[in-house]
Design a protein around this ligand. Structure first.
Ligand code: ADP
Ligand code: ZN
Length: 437
């Protein structure tokens, strides 16, 4: 079932024509903002607009730093009078000072429509009970999904983040069928179910929307297994409204990115040149349907690759692969580049390993050390010491194969690592602090 069949299945040629029209009106609009005015004039934007989508390559990129700059922050990107704005959101600030985005009434309507499209694609319907376990407030995960779920007609519970016992009683009391949850939190919540002696599979849950942080397919499968439901990957970022940018269809082979609302490019983050088809690069997005605060060629810092071949579900919008991390997540150790998700991929392939882990970086005698602290699953925690040592060695070996340096591995008790209510913190960089792990 489609939320908007015409748009979702639009033939590519028509879709591209729509994109070009919208891109040109976006550029015209953006040129009216204090930030873009000097940057877009004389930059090859012909008076009649761009003649092809490829010509976008002549325009400058926009970065997170631009949004944070004195020229950009707070109102430099606005193309409407301030009285036209009805909402602001900001990013979580995972990698620095948060960025702020303003929305007009029409922007909120457009965004809610995109989220409704995603939820419908995953099978959410009027009559579902949708428990939104994301932080409400400046973070876009809460209100963004909330408005979309209401639009679909689901009974929407604004549960917010954290408060595990309360979440479980809401699920029981109101027979929740759909949850929106951060994947690392979904795994942690499983421990609370265990403490309460309650089997999550005995509840009415059928769909989980997993978003806000990178996670491997093994994590998805663990969530599906624990809760007895189907989990869908949801991608978005506050600079592009928030959730509703890209989402998995029932085929679950990549996430459809809504090209009527976002123009997609993929670049090499080092050279800024377009990435060859099929290779991984940094996602660059241009808003095509935003009124109050359009962004041109915004560098998301998120790493993925594109799939342009048609999808069996009938939607014509291209798909992105599961995000593997951010360009600034990359750790450089002993000259080797490592992404936290590589460590996760190895750890989650061991059934003995539980649901939480932490990568600790230290300097000892001027040499960088990487320690992986991984929680064991409760049923393996009682294992005899020699079996644990043998497991530890196997994990070290597999990690060495993946990240090309030899890490230390510590296997620790379940639920012993610090947990976050929002996005999981996977790396603790203590280099320069002079202490060990
Ligand atoms: P911040 O950049 O401060 O974390 P946001 O709250 O806007 O701010 O979060 C957006 C970011 O979260 C994305 O750029 C991406 O790195 C990450 N993210 C969101 N959804 C997913 C997902 N499904 N898979 C991987 N990463 C995701
Ligand atoms: Zn599809």
């Amino acid at each position: 079932m489609y939320w908007n069949r015409e748009i979702e299945t639009m033939p590519r040629r028509e879709l591209e024509k729509l994109q070009l029209d919208r891109l040109n009106s976006t550029l015209e609009r953006a040129a009216g903002s204090p930030f873009y005015a000097p940057r877009l004039t004389g930059k090859g934007v012909a008076p009649g607009g761009l003649r092809s989508l490829e010509e976008i390559a002549s325009l400058p990129f926009t970065t997170k730093d631009d949004l944070r700059s004195d020229e950009g922050h707070p109102y430099g990107f606005l193309t409407v009078a301030r009285k036209e704005l009805i909402r602001l959101h900001s990013s979580s600030g995972t990698t620095g000072r948060p960025t702020t985005i303003f929305h007009t009434r029409r922007d909120i309507v457009t965004w809610s429509g995109l989220v409704a499209r995603c939820l419908t694609m995953a099978g959410v319907r009027a009559g579902d009970v949708f428990q939104n376990m994301m932080g409400y407030g400046l973070f876009t995960g809460g209100l963004g999904l909330h408005y979309g779920a209401e639009l679909v007609g689901a009974l929407t519970i604004p549960a917010g983040a954290g408060n595990s016992r309360k979440q479980i009683s809401l699920m029981k009391d109101f027979s929740t069928t759909v949850v929106h949850i951060i994947p690392s939190y979904a795994l942690r919540l499983a421990s609370t179910f265990e403490e309460l002696g309650c089997d999550p599979r005995s509840l009415s849950l059928r769909i989980a929307v997993l978003g806000a942080e990178p996670h491997t397919d093994s994590i998805r499968r663990r969530v599906e297994e624990i809760y007895g439901l189907r989990a869908f990957n949801s991608y978005g970022l506050s600079e592009m409204n928030g959730p509703g940018v890209a989402f998995e269809c029932p085929e679950q082979e990549g996430l459809h990115l809504w090209e009527d609302s976002y123009f997609v490019e993929l670049i090499d983050p080092a050279t800024l040149e377009p990435m060859p088809e099929g290779e991984e690069g940094e996602l660059v997005l241009t808003t095509l349907a935003r009124e109050g605060m359009p962004l041109i060629r915004y560098r998301t810092k998120d790493l993925t690759s594109l799939r342009r071949e048609p999808c069996r579900c009938g939607r014509t919008h291209l798909r992105i692969e599961r995000i593997t991390g951010r360009t600034d997540d990359m750790l450089i150790l002993k000259g080797v580049n490592i992404y936290p998700i590589q460590v996760e991929r190895v750890l989650m392939s061991f059934e003995e390993i539980g649901n939480n882990y932490l990568i600790v970086l230290t300097t000892e005698n001027h040499i960088d050390q990487l320690t992986v602290m991984a929680e064991l699953r409760r049923d393996f925690f009682r294992g005899d010491l020699s079996a644990l040592e043998e497991l530890r060695r196997r994990i070290v070996g597999e990690l060495r194969g993946e990240i090309l340096i030899t890490p230390r591995v510590e296997l620790i008790e379940p639920d012993s690592l610090p947990v976050s209510e929002g996005k999981a913190v996977r790396v603790d960089d203590r280099r320069g602090e002079g202490k060990g792990p």
